[in-house]
Ligand binder design. Structure first.
Ligand code: OOG
Ligand code: NI
Length: 312
């Protein structure tokens, strides 16, 4: 069974990566440059966002990744942004002792209770009339693969569609996007994009050329001319003390449909993580030698990579 899960995860992540790379120009630029230099390329995690609801909440995404053998590693709360999140680790303990481990998953959800009545009503308008979750169907399709492994491609295809095809609720109106955005950039983004990764993260600590995250950030800005997130007053979020340094580009815009026509709004960005070795461990490239958690204070600023920017 584990072999099957591994195969599905590898194919799913590859498909999600290709979707993301096809839509976000800077992803191609970054990947091509690093691969051309022959440096080690590895994805640390990818992130999803959602709105609460019986048929669309965080638990739906969590249950889908649990079918694949992922398990919840930790929980995070973001007081100011009014969000909750979890991180999930990939299956197979043995894998975690190697250097080739599938990316972790970060899933967050809005906690609308303390927003205005108007805001909460707007969210409910989209999530309240959903009637089904895809989890049971995916679970039985997954179990059926045991006797019919030839159906793996069809299974991965439906999973990829669910995880990259946008919201399960109906196409929003621009008015509702603006209404949510007045109180939460996160809510407005999520209303439009729903189930689709908002970023993948590349592991900088596993590269040969860059000894620090600062070196890497300079390269991204100077050599590739890509703008970075400065939320919190600096490009680097975190430090060696918290065992995780992160930086992120600013999200690229995408032309997306609203009920009343198409508009360009921020879509996805790329994040870079420099994970420090755990106490007593070396930088040996092995997954479990490094801190593999997340840091709430860092994450709080990374969310802002998809904020709508003032037009110059
Ligand atoms: C997630 C932001 C947090 C991290 O690595 O801490 C994050 C998001 O923007 O949805 O990715
Ligand atoms: Ni991230």
């Amino acid at each position: 069974m584990l072999k099957l899960q591994e195969k599905i995860i590898n194919r799913l992540i590859k498909h999600l990566w290709l979707n993301y790379k096809n839509k976000v120009q800077q992803v191609k630029k970054i990947e091509n440059t690093i691969r051309a230099e022959g440096d080690h390329w590895s994805e640390d995690h990818l992130a999803f966002r959602t709105l609460p609801g019986s048929f669309c909440g965080l638990h739906i995404l969590q249950e889908i990744f649990e079918i694949l053998g992922y398990s919840k590693a930790d929980e995070y709360h973001f007081k100011d942004k009014k969000l909750n999140a979890i991180s999930m680790n990939p299956p197979n303990d043995k894998l975690q002792h190697s250097s080739k481990v599938p990316p972790k998953i970060f899933i967050s959800v809005l906690e609308p209770e303390s927003f205005s009545q108007e805001f909460q009503k707007c969210i409910l308008k989209y999530t309240e009339d959903l009637e089904n979750s895809p989890v049971n169907k995916l679970k039985s399709e997954f179990l059926a693969l045991k006797s019919k492994p030839e159906n793996i491609d069809a299974f991965v295809e439906s999973l990829t569609l669910f995880l990259s095809n946008g919201p399960v609720w109906r196409t929003p109106s621009f008015k509702d996007y603006e209404l949510l955005r007045k109180e939460s950039e996160y809510a407005a983004w999520t209303l439009v994009y729903g189930n689709t990764p908002n970023h993948f993260t590349v592991s900088i600590h596993l590269m040969k050329k860059f000894k620090t995250l600062k070196n890497f950030n300079q390269f991204i800005q100077k050599e590739l001319g890509i703008s970075m997130n400065t939320a919190g007053g600096g490009i680097i979020k975190g430090s060696a003390e918290v065992q995780l340094e992160q930086s992120a580009t600013l999200a690229e815009e995408l032309l997306v449909p609203f009920q009343d026509g198409f508009r360009k709004i921020p879509y996805a960005f790329v994040e870079f993580a420099f994970r420090h070795p755990l106490l007593g461990k070396k930088r040996d490239g092995i997954w479990c030698s490094y801190y593999q958690g997340f840091v709430t204070d860092n994450a709080d600023k990374i969310f802002e990579s998809t904020n709508l920017r003032k037009q110059a």
